[in-house]
Ligand binder design. Structure first.
Ligand SMILES: Nc1ncnc2c1ncn2[C@@H]1O[C@H](COP(=O)(O)OP(=O)(O)OP(=O)(O)O)[C@@H](O)[C@H]1O
Length: 253
């Protein structure tokens, strides 16, 4: 369970997150959708215990992030938008490093690494330096590292980025399984068709505020639109702008 109450985060004069409130239940996938710079990553870093809030209350798995960010990190798996990896380690060395920092028993670690490496099909890259891997393979390394300690909560910031269709399908199935097991998942993406298929509820964040929230069906009904993409463009006041840019392009080209 995740509870976010009146959360704000400022960077100097910039108010990146402006009083947002939402909850994510056990066994729920919550989609955080919003245009570039709307505050998704900042919110997710706070949920993962990486950044402290400016004000408000955030409780992850019963733990207040301001009081015990270390415990929050123990129960949370976080995949950042840009993977933070050690370029000169191999994936195996990196997984062992993560395992020792997390205090995962050796046999359990080995078993989980084997299962996840097989699932994401990166067995042939285990001996290569991370710095030499493709973007998508690095993303898979980042995903596996975030799941090694069997976290109750997953915070995935554009985690499908760079994944080929097969790996994207595997991640999707894995998330659905995690949901079955009662874990809470927060998932940001710009691919709205994906959000439509995977998220139980979505929150649309705009200028640091959640401007609409509900199931995809509820949002479509509310906005009188047929697709989540149209709902999104309407709510973020981009629909007219997109039409006039497309018109201008047609005239100019
Ligand atoms: N460390 C920082 N220092 C100063 N400003 C920051 C910092 N991190 C984020 N911001 C600002 O906070 C706002 C929200 O940024 P954030 O990265 O949370 O947006 P986002 O919704 O994740 O965007 P994107 O879809 O482009 O990833 C932006 O105006 C950004 O420039």
């Amino acid at each position: 369970m995740i509870e976010v109450e009146n959360l704000t985060k400022s960077f100097g004069p910039t108010r990146a997150v402006n009083g947002i409130t939402f909850t994510v239940g056990d066994g729920e996938i919550y989609g955080l959708l919003g245009p570039n710079g709307s505050g998704k990553s900042t919110t997710m870093k706070i949920l993962a215990g990486i950044l402290g809030p400016t004000s408000g209350r955030v409780v992850v798995g019963g733990v207040d992030v301001s009081q015990d960010p270390r415990r929050v990190k123990e129960i949370t798996g976080y995949v950042p938008e840009t993977p933070v990896l050690y370029e000169s380690l191999t994936p195996v060395e990196f997984f062992n490093f993560v395992g020792s920092v997390r205090g995962i028993p050796r046999e359990e670690l080995q078993e989980r690494v084997e299962t996840l490496v097989r699932a994401f099909g990166i067995g042939s890259y285990l001996g290569e330096m991370i710095g030499s891997l493709s973007f998508g393979t690095r993303q898979k390394v980042s995903l596996i590292a975030a799941m090694l300690h069997d976290p109750r909560v997953l915070i995935l910031d554009e985690a499908m980025n760079g994944l080929d269709p097969k790996s994207a399908r595997i991640l999707r199935e894995l998330l659905l399984q995690f949901r079955e097991e009662g874990r809470s998942i927060v998932f940001s993406t710009h691919v709205l068709a994906l959000a439509e298929t995977i998220c139980d509820r979505v929150g649309v964040i705009y200028n640091g505020e959640i401007i609409s929230e509900g199931t995809v069906e509820q949002l479509k009904e509310f906005a009188h639109e047929e697709s989540l993409e149209d709902v999104f463009l309407k709510l973020t006041e981009s629909q007219d702008e997109v039409s006039s840019i497309v018109r201008a392009l047609k005239n100019a080209l």
